[in-house]
Ligand binder design. Structure first.
Ligand code: ADP
Ligand code: MG
Length: 315
């Protein structure tokens, strides 16, 4: 068998999904998504809850039926070559779904059987070792900690050695240590050639892990680019300074820096950290003779960023 590696691990065109639940208004979860996920990337699908991230990846992994549009997975059309397409993907779902009455080894063997991996080709022990589950291999899953169950979920996604690995909100409810272990492992899989797709609603997580990011909001992809390019667009912070004394008017210099008087005692400054250092702002405040009682810096909320990106792509 010749192995051809496609340029795009995943490609969707005009992908739509409408959930019709009886007695309720239909929900249009995906409104015509065009997406290309390059082979070999760590690709982030970033968006708030309800954006359609899980729907999108579940369609790709053959867990949810699309309403219309097309999707190709590892070069296989999900309608025409459904088995090949789903065999190319290992998905770690958002919800922990683990049968408590199996041991990790049994769970992995079952999963391998489900994918038709012959016993002689199974990597069960190696996968258990890789995910730090070797010494729990024969323990009933119901006795495993949450973190170990999560790792078992990852292990299950790997049994058929798929070229594409999808993780749906992999760090939701995961402690800091497991999170960094998980990321290390994901990077390792990527270094060995796997294409990684992960969903998250944390901007920071996407920024740290992914080389490309698609931002999805209300069923639409509103931006898709290299992480560094996208971050330049989203380069904005806000400072709130509470002054000791009320102020009538800001100096022209402060106005020039983007300062606004929200109330007589609160100054708001929106700035781009890449262009302006916070020290400069504070110097200017000092020069104006303003006494600072309190100061806070906030990153814009993800929702604000969506608005920003959406208005940019519209105009
Ligand atoms: P995300 O993963 O980004 O949080 P989802 O894909 O889970 O978003 O959901 C997108 C939209 O579709 C939401 O409005 C959600 O309520 C709805 N939805 C998801 N799954 C179902 C379902 N099985 N039945 C009905 N509506 C659903
Ligand atoms: Mg989800």
């Amino acid at each position: 068998m010749t192995v051809t590696i496609p340029d795009c691990a995943i490609r969707t065109k005009e992908l739509r999904k409408v959930y019709s639940v009886r007695g309720r208004h239909p929900v249009e979860a995906l409104k015509g998504v065009d997406l290309e996920i390059p082979t070999g990337s760590i690709f982030g699908l970033l968006g708030p809850n309800g954006a359609g991230k899980s729907t999108l990846i579940n369609i790709i992994a053959n867990l949810v039926k699309k309403t219309s549009g097309t999707a190709e997975v590892w070069g296989h059309d999900i309608d025409v070559q459904r088995r090949l397409a789903s065999a190319s993907v290992g998905i770690v779902p958002q919800e922990l779904t683990i049968d408590p009455f199996f041991t990790p080894r049994e769970a992995l063997d079952l999963q391998a059987g489900y994918y038709g991996v012959p016993a002689s080709e199974r990597q069960t022990s190696a996968i258990l070792v890789a995910l730090g589950l070797a010494d729990k291999a024969e323990t009933y899953t119901r006795r495993l900690s949450g973190g170990m169950r999560r790792r078992l979920m990852v292990a299950k996604a790997l049994v058929h050695q798929p070229p594409i690995i999808i993780l749906d909100e992999p760090t939701a409810g995961v402690d800091v240590e497991l999170r960094s272990q998980l990321w290390d492992y994901v990077r390792e899989l990527n270094a060995k050639g796997a294409t990684i797709v992960l969903t998250t609603h944390y901007l920071e997580e996407a920024e740290q892990m992914c080389d490309r990011i698609a931002i999805i909001n209300q069923g639409n992809v509103v931006a898709c680019d290299e992480t560094s390019v996208l971050m330049q667009d989203l380069d904005q912070k806000e400072i709130h300074i509470t002054t000791t004394n009320p102020i009538d008017e800001l100096s022209p210099e402060l106005q020039h820096l983007g300062a606004n008087l929200k109330t007589p005692k609160v100054i708001e400054i929106r700035y781009q950290p890449s262009r302006l250092a916070i020290g400069e702002i504070l110097n200017e405040i000092d020069r104006a003779g303003i006494l600072v009682a309190d100061l806070s810096v906030s990153e814009p909320a993800l929702e604000d960023l969506f608005l920003e990106v959406t208005s940019k792509s519209a105009g």
